[in-house]
Design a protein around this ligand. Structure first.
Ligand SMILES: Cc1cc2nc3c(=O)[nH]c(=O)nc-3n(C[C@H](O)[C@H](O)[C@H](O)COP(=O)(O)O)c2cc1C
Length: 398
């Protein structure tokens, strides 16, 4: 093979974007003024480090029930996060994240249980000897199994211990995004697939490489999650959906003034690339019939904070080099999510209207006690979101 320059991957061919197909599942989701996503609790404790009793469960059967319910309620997407944790997860009384279903495998399985909803699984593409040939073929297959509903949330890893589990040292923050750019550019060229691929890059080489099948809508859906300039530059070029965390901690009133600039930083970067990205955020929603009931429940979750698990969760983030979540407090971690939305159905909708006005295109919701709270949200909040023009009614599945 010939010598190449570091950025030769920029010359690789690109598939069509799933957004450019009017009938793709992604375009259907993007037609919603406010996309609705459910953050699946594939891991013990979901997102909340509190011992207040609840039935949230990491089992596949529980997550499949949630996914089907979310689909029936018209949700656009379910999403699974990924972490590689030592024995016992984050510990504490909750044994936080002690069990953790792998999200890629789990969301592929969910394709068989559903018909309309997008399925996003998180993948650490830089860990281990993981080659673009693997991922492009696995994702093209998942794309077909789901009829174009499958997406990968491409993450570069921020934790200090995770790469060591794979026998490697953590790469420097921005270099991880450069390696990811090369990785995903190769996947794009393989999905475009007009010919066998020869490529000799900085990190990966391929000779007469080819994969099938061709994805249903150009390529699988791509997402990424970050808050740093390098992460936003990556997202602008490759992602359809970008997850951001709050730039000012979990209190909505603190986040609202800072979100417009944060959201437009990544949207403007995409426009400069001739693309469009949708930005979504992860709120925990606590909704009850009255404001007082919601506030009392919110307070009870915090009163039952699992301080030991919170301590080890915070330590992981302190040892990590993410530019996201910097302002989060331990009190907030008991409830989880990146922003807290608390109140009666009307108050929740009023807060979501303000969130949407910052440029946020969708919410990836976490609940404390998922099953009853998802059902309540569907019954009491979604009709109000429709009345407010934030949701278009979704036809019932037959
Ligand atoms: C909403 C959100 C969700 C994320 N989900 C994951 C995840 O599931 N697994 C993971 O390792 N990192 C996850 N991350 C971390 C990012 O992928 C990224 O590694 C980290 O934020 C460092 O990059 P940054 O400095 O660009 O933000 C998430 C980040 C955000 C903002």
């Amino acid at each position: 093979m010939t010598n190449t320059h570091h950025d030769d991957f920029k010359k690789l061919s690109l598939p069509r974007d799933p957004q450019s197909y009017a009938d793709s599942p992604l375009s259907r989701a993007f037609a919603q003024p406010l996309m609705l996503g459910l953050f699946l609790p594939l891991q013990t404790g979901g997102w909340s480090q509190s011992t207040l009793p609840r039935d949230t469960d990491w089992s596949y059967a529980y997550n499949a029930r949630l996914t089907k319910k979310a689909e029936q309620l018209g949700f656009d997407v379910v999403f699974g996060l990924s972490q590689w944790l030592p024995k016992g997860g984050f510990g504490g009384q909750t044994k936080y994240r002690d069990n953790f279903l792998e999200p890629f495998v789990s969301t592929v399985a969910l394709a068989a249980e559903t018909r309309r909803i997008l399925l996003l699984g998180t993948i650490h593409i830089l860990y281990g000897p993981w080659h673009p040939m693997h991922l492009s073929r696995f994702l093209a297959t998942a794309d077909h199994l789901s009829g174009g509903r499958f997406g990968a949330n491409i993450v570069t890893g921020y934790a200090e211990n995770e790469p060591r589990m794979f026998g490697a040292k953590r790469l420097e923050h921005d270099l991880r995004y450069i390696q990811s750019e090369e990785f995903v550019s190769i996947c794009n060229a393989l999905w475009e697939g007009s010919d066998n691929l020869d490529f000799n890059g900085r990190f990966y080489s391929l000779e007469q490489a080819y994969i099938t099948p061709r994805p249903c809508y150009g390529r699988p859906v791509l997402a990424s999650a970050s808050g740093s300039p390098a992460g936003f530059a990556y997202a602008a070029k490759y992602s359809d959906i970008v997850f951001v965390s709050s730039p000012a901690g979990e209190r909505l009133d603190d986040a609202l003034p800072k979100l417009p600039a944060h959201v437009s930083a990544v949207k403007d970067a995409a426009i400069a690339e001739g693309r469009q990205v949708r930005v979504i955020i992860n709120p925990t929603i606590i909704v009850r019939d009255t404001s007082e009931e919601a506030q009392a429940y919110y307070q009870a979750i915090m009163d039952y904070a699992d301080l030991e698990a919170i301590g080890s969760f915070s330590a992981r983030h302190t040892a990590g080099d993410s530019k996201s979540w910097l302002e989060h407090t331990n009190r907030g971690r008991a409830v989880g999510g990146h922003i807290h939305i608390v109140g009666s159905p009307d108050e929740v909708v009023a807060q979501l209207i303000r969130l949407h006005a910052t440029g946020i295109d969708g919410i990836q919701i976490t609940f404390y006690d998922y099953e009853p709270e998802l059902a309540y949200f569907g019954e009491r909040v979604i009709p109000l979101l429709e009345q407010a023009g934030l949701r278009l009614p979704v036809p019932e599945l037959d």
